[in-house]
Design a binder for this molecule. Structure first.
Ligand code: GH3
Ligand code: MG
Ligand code: MG
Ligand code: MG
Length: 321
């Protein structure tokens, strides 16, 4: 434990230090004024390490009472117990010292056993405060880690493992939310369902791994082809994707569908076994509604699915609405 002595009388300092060292306290520092004491408290080797201050009251320039008050006003110093050591024994002096935040008071000439007896609880108090602070810091650290973990989990729970875009769960949540928003704002909402053409044949011919890589590229292309911040693309199923467009009417959604179809085709991923084209293509079903109170978001899904079915039947590599 480190003890800081503040006294303008050298004899007092020597005596105090001697007693303390004899009692086994070998980390003792001295200061002859409040100013010097603050220098020690802020110095490299003692900052945050002083465990108790023994402070004389009668000091040049700034009194020990003022010094104590100042220390107790500082957030980073106020935990250090201050014991006043003084020859001034009046009741007023005592009152002032305690009002300034002093933890204890010893009168000079002091008895050795009294000094040591009063020192012990003060040091115990400091230790307890340090321990509590360390616990608080630990708890804060743990709670920060938990928050990060929670955030990560939440992100992962919305993400499709293979492609990194939103998963079906997140899509369905967003669909419900966007539907309610569109209903409130009386705005249109559009949905595009996307299905990779002849993908079973692609897998059979190129292998499942190439199939996975193809799905990743298609997902990325769909995602990069959307321009509005509110647009959401999700993996809806195996080789099916869903694109949700808020505040978008049918004409707008058809434009997006055309772009998506073109962009995937332009990736030029070879697909020799496809009867449609010698490359990977997609079919799209487009639906747009202005939500009404009486219907739910399922009607939009059903309409997009019907349109996708027609796009497939009509030859694939295109969209229907
Ligand atoms: P269509 O043009 O009518 O859509 O024909 P299709 O072959 O794409 O349709 P089908 O539903 O018969 O086959 C879908 C295929 O997608 C079958 C399945 O093996 C493949 N598939 C689904 N999920 C994955 C996946 O995560 N990775 C890979 N590599 N293939 C997948
Ligand atoms: Mg003095
Ligand atoms: Mg399919
Ligand atoms: Mg398919």
């Amino acid at each position: 434990m480190q003890i800081l002595l503040v006294d303008d009388d050298t004899d007092s300092l020597v005596l105090l230090e001697q007693i303390l060292r004899q009692a086994g306290y070998d980390r003792v520092r001295s200061a002859m004024s409040v100013h010097e004491a603050l220098q020690v408290l802020h110095s490299q080797e003692s900052a945050g390490k002083v465990d108790v201050i023994l402070m004389d009251v009668m000091l040049p320039q700034v009194s020990g009472i003022e010094g104590c008050r100042y220390i107790k006003e500082q957030e980073h110093l106020r935990d250090i117990p201050v014991i006043m050591v003084t020859a001034m024994t009046g009741e007023d002096d005592l009152e002032q010292a305690f009002a300034a935040g002093a933890n204890d008071y010893i009168t000079k000439p002091f008895r050795k056993v009294e000094l040591l007896a009063r020192l012990r609880p003060a040091l115990g108090l400091k230790q307890e405060r340090d321990w509590r602070k360390a616990r608080e810091r630990e708890l804060l650290e743990v709670s920060t880690q938990l928050q990060i973990a929670n955030h990560t989990l939440q992100m992962l729970s919305c993400q499709d493992g293979l492609t990194g875009i939103a998963n079906r769960r997140h899509f369905e949540e967003t669909l419900r939310k966007d539907w309610r928003q569109a209903l409130r704002d009386q705005m249109p909402l559009s949905l595009i369902l996307v299905d990779v053409d002849h993908f079973k044949a692609f897998n059979d011919h190129y292998g499942h791994q190439a199939g996975d890589a193809c799905l990743k590229r298609v997902a990325q292309t769909l995602s990069l082809s959307l321009s509005r911040p509110g647009d959401v693309v999700a993996r809806y199923g195996g080789e099916e994707f869903a694109v949700l467009l808020a505040d978008t009417d049918l004409a707008g959604a058809e434009k997006v569908a055309r772009t998506l179809c073109e962009n995937v085709r332009e990736l030029g991923i070879p697909h020799e076994q496809s009867p449609t084209a010698p490359m990977v293509t997609i079919s799209l079903g487009v639906a747009a509604v202005r939500p009404i109170q009486e219907a739910g978001a399922e009607m939009l899904l059903r309409a997009a699915d019907d349109a996708l079915y027609r796009a497939k039947a009509l030859g694939r590599n295109g969209f229907e609405s």
